[in-house]
Design a protein around this ligand. Structure first.
Ligand code: CAA
Length: 257
């Protein structure tokens, strides 16, 4: 069974979670296939951007698979959480920018997956939330940590403790998503954004992502030192001379393919 569709596009890669009959719920096999897809993404040359979305009309992903978790022992739950965290953590470490096209329910592990992406674009019908306490558990794929960093401790606690669902417009106000668009243009909006990213220097985009993501885990002074080191690294990259020459010569840059 193929749970992940991998489509190479002119601007990058489009990944689709393909388990619509279970609202793209994340079981071990789906996580495993996502992990393999990320291996493949790492092999792509000069990949600047990827889009992640869910198949079907209703869901990005409705969470970790509840049926699969029902009989887990505590050690199995620990292993499942560690694996889910590791797979989602990879999204932040790959050089390409990952855009989540949140096309419906993004609950529990599905919300955590969206939060692990770099940018979230939601359809008007998107519904996000971490309802795990309604099931007697807590988020296990990074939600308690990433949600808190994105919306702050008090809002994260409220969403965790109530388990309530957040509709797209509120998600936008909370900063949970970057923008909200009608469902019919969700993928095209993400593809336009991806195309815009793909026109820039991939080398610089990757350095910038590293500076923001690694820097966010550091003290300010360490983060600034990291930024200076990566700024300097850009000057040994393939695109700095071309980008600056193009500006000075009033033409479009031709960045490293
Ligand atoms: N796991 C397993 N199966 C799921 C699922 C999940 N998280 N979410 C939905 N499904 C399945 C349903 O069981 C159903 O299957 P059947 O047709 O075989 O009965 C199918 O997907 C369609 O779902 P519904 O009939 O429930 O669809 P709906 O439109 O009535 O409701 C919904 C949609 C509100 C999203 C509802 O499906 C729902 O509440 N899902 C669970 C959401 C949730 O609690 N997620 C958190 C999971 S825990 C977690 O993720 C832990 C972690 O952090 C690691």
């Amino acid at each position: 069974m193929d749970y992940i569709a991998y489509n190479r596009q002119s601007w990058g890669v489009e990944l689709t979670l393909c388990r619509p009959e279970a609202l793209n719920a994340l079981n071990l096999e789906v996580l495993h296939q996502l992990d393999r897809a990320l291996d493949q993404i790492e092999q792509e040359k000069n990949l600047r951007v990827a889009i992640l979305t869910g198949a079907g009309e209703k869901a990005f992903a409705a969470g970790a698979d509840i049926a699969a978790m029902r009989d887990m022992t505590p050690p199995q739950a620990m292993e499942f959480s560690a694996y889910g965290q590791a797979v989602m953590g990879r999204l932040r470490h790959i050089p390409a920018i990952v855009i989540a096209a949140v096309n419906g329910y993004a609950l529990g592990g599905g919300c955590e997956l969206a939060l692990a992406c770099d940018i979230r674009v939601a359809s008007r019908t998107a519904v996000l939330g971490i309802p795990e306490v309604t099931l007697g558990v807590i988020p296990g794929f990074g939600g308690t940590q990433r949600l808190t960093r994105i919306v702050g401790e008090s809002r994260a606690l409220e969403l965790l403790a109530t388990g309530r669902r957040v509709e797209a417009e509120e998600a936008l106000r909370l900063g949970l998503v970057n923008c909200v668009v009608p469902g019919e243009i969700l993928l095209d909006t993400c593809r336009d954004m991806a195309g815009r990213i793909a026109r820039n220097s991939g080398w610089a985009v990757a350095l910038g992502k590293r500076s923001i993501c690694q820097g966010a885990e550091m003290e300010l002074n360490q983060g600034l030192a990291l930024e200076a080191a990566l700024f300097s690294a850009a000057f040994s990259g393939p695109d700095q001379k071309e980008g600056m020459d193009a500006f000075l010569q009033k033409r479009r840059p031709k960045f490293h393919a």
